[in-house]
Design a binder for this molecule. Structure first.
Ligand code: NDP
Ligand SMILES: O=C1O[C@H](COP(=O)(O)O)[C@@H](O)[C@H](O)[C@H]1O
Length: 480
């Protein structure tokens, strides 16, 4: 099994340097920097390590360290005991890095590598983490190649890796000119969530689930990620991206592939897991934008500074995806996400078919297998039981297992989990070019002339009413 502590610590390098592009951005501050510190606190960082932040802001090392102090403090739980010492591991290079403007990065990286060589006697692993908008991937990658900073390094690309099939192909071609596939770590942090990782084990280690994981037993798969979050603090990025590109072709498709994949040959072989998950993406039927997609835009989105008055960007998407495999033919995968919705939740629901036999027509609520993948993760069963009492009547009940209650376990946050994987060179929870090509191919019709106009919805709601149609004959299991 990938990700066991023994397998990760065995392959941990003695020294590593993480070069963080977009170091002053939202993602870096909220997720990446706290995650690096979490990996350190969990004893999963190499013996010697450094971070080099890169962004346009004119900061010096100490200015960036203060930025990191604040980011780490904001996560809650206080600063690590050895913080005064480890903040000294942090350096900064100001400027927009590229072919014509390497700035101080080659020099600072050279210094840091030399320090780490002296400290450990070995060559440090270099990880470039591109926590930048997609438009910046190509110039930074070219710059890494031109200044020989990619040699032997690993490069983590944020999502979305491309913004359409065409831009994906261009980026892929460029990346292949500079990097070998083993150097490329295309991140999708939903794959790093404990609740998503547990799907393999739930399914392959429990006959109860494994034997029913198919169209004979499952009527619908719902993958529902409502968010109450606003986008005002990232309006420029969001207006250029929208919900479907930000969340659907990326996170929701990847979670769908995790549910839909065929069993890998060997669960302990990261490559085998990777290939099995990514292979099923090729069976995703291209979306039918007219029949199977509803877009929405929350009321007030156009009032956000930076958003044009006539914006048609989507802040909500619901889609019915068909997976053309023997296992799933005819089972809709219902995917939904949006901003400013009623609540923040992340849930996979397998909606089970009604039973055969004497109670076949009695059940009003379908039985379900539910996997919550927000936070620490939870597995639940929605089942029909006899209503306690003298009469033979039926009720729907729920049994829950919070993954944090599993004895001996201590979950990692998604970015910590994936940074740990990148440090040890385990690519099983990263995406492949073939998988993303297939994802963008299935998504492409939504970027063409048949893209539906986004329907308005009130903030704090479950999105446009029209989205209910997709879940028929049931309803979206969350909300409403
Ligand atoms: N924020 C989130 O919750 C998540 C974001 N992501 C992904 O992370 C990436 C970054 O998003 P986010 O942090 O929200 O965006 P922000 O706009 O907050 O930050 C982007 C960072 O990238 C830098 N940057 C912007 N344009 C360029 C450019 N052309 N060249 C070099 N650097 C540039 C900015 O630096 P400067 O201001 O100095 O130019 C800034 O430091 C996106 O691809 C997004 O999809 C993924 C998961 C979650
Ligand atoms: O990648 C993204 O993910 C976040 C949701 O991530 P989570 O870790 O909070 O579940 C989403 O809000 C953001 O728009 C998107 O870019």
């Amino acid at each position: 099994m990938p990700h066991t502590p023994s397998s990760t610590t065995q392959q941990l390098p003695d020294a590593a340097v993480i070069v963080l592009f977009g170091a002053t951005g939202d993602l870096a501050g909220r997720m990446v920097l706290p995650a690096i510190v979490e990996v350190h606190e969990r004893g999963l960082m190499p013996r010697a390590w450094r971070i080099i932040g890169c962004a346009a802001d004119e900061l010096d090392d100490e200015g960036f360290r203060r930025h990191v102090d604040e980011a780490v403090a904001r996560r809650g739980g206080g600063l690590p005991d050895d913080w005064a010492h480890i903040r000294g591991n942090v350096r900064y290079c100001a400027g927009t890095f590229g072919v014509d403007n390497p700035g101080r990065l080659p020099e600072v990286l050279g210094e840091v590598r030399e320090e780490l060589r002296r400290e450990t006697g070995g060559e440090p692993v270099v990880i470039h983490f591109l926590a930048v908008p997609p438009v910046a991937f190509a110039p930074i990658t070219r710059g890494l190649g031109a200044h020989h900073l990619a040699d032997g390094a690993r490069v983590i690309f944020e999502k979305p890796y491309g913004t359409s099939l065409e831009s994906f192909e261009k980026l892929d071609a460029l990346v292949k000119e500079v990097l070998a596939e083993e150097q490329v770590f295309r991140i999708d942090h939903f794959l790093g969530k404990e609740g998503v990782q547990t799907i393999y084990v739930l399914r392959f280690a429990n006959q109860l689930f494994g034997s029913e994981w198919n169209r004979s037993s499952i009527e619908q798969v719902q993958i529902d990620v409502p968010e109450d979050l606003d986008v005002a603090n990232r309006a420029t990025f969001y207006e250029a991206t929208g919900a479907a590109l930000d969340m659907l072709v990326t996170h929701l498709f990847q979670v769908a592939s995790q549910v839909a994949m065929e069993p890998p040959m060997d669960l302990r072989d990261p490559n085998s897991v990777l290939q099995a998950r990514e292979a099923v993406l090729k069976s995703f039927h291209p979306l039918d934008p007219k029949e199977d997609v509803v877009l929405g835009q929350f009321d007030g989105y156009r009032d956000i500074p930076g958003v044009p008055d006539d914006s048609t960007q989507d802040t909500f998407v619901a889609a019915r995806l068909w997976v053309d495999t023997e296992r799933w033919r005819g089972v809709p995968f219902l995917l939904r996400t949006g901003k400013r919705m009623a609540t923040k939740q992340q849930r996979i629901t397998l909606v089970l078919r009604p039973p055969f036999g004497p109670l076949a027509h009695e059940l009003k609520v379908p039985n379900t297998v539910e996997i919550d993948f927000a936070g620490e993760g939870e597995v639940a069963l929605g089942m029909t039981v006899k209503t306690p009492g003298p009469d033979l009547t039926y009720s729907s009940g729920r049994a829950r297992l919070n993954l944090d209650d599993v004895v001996g376990g201590e979950g990692l946050s998604p970015y910590a989990s994936l940074i740990n994987d990148a440090l040890v060179g385990d690519r099983s929870l990263f995406t492949t070019a073939e998988g993303l090509r297939a994802a963008f191919t299935a998504f492409a019709p939504l970027q063409g002339p048949d893209r539906p106009a986004p329907l308005p919805y009130p903030p704090g709601s479950w999105g446009p009413e029209e989205a209910r149609r997709l879940a028929a004959p049931h309803r979206w299991m969350l909300g409403e």
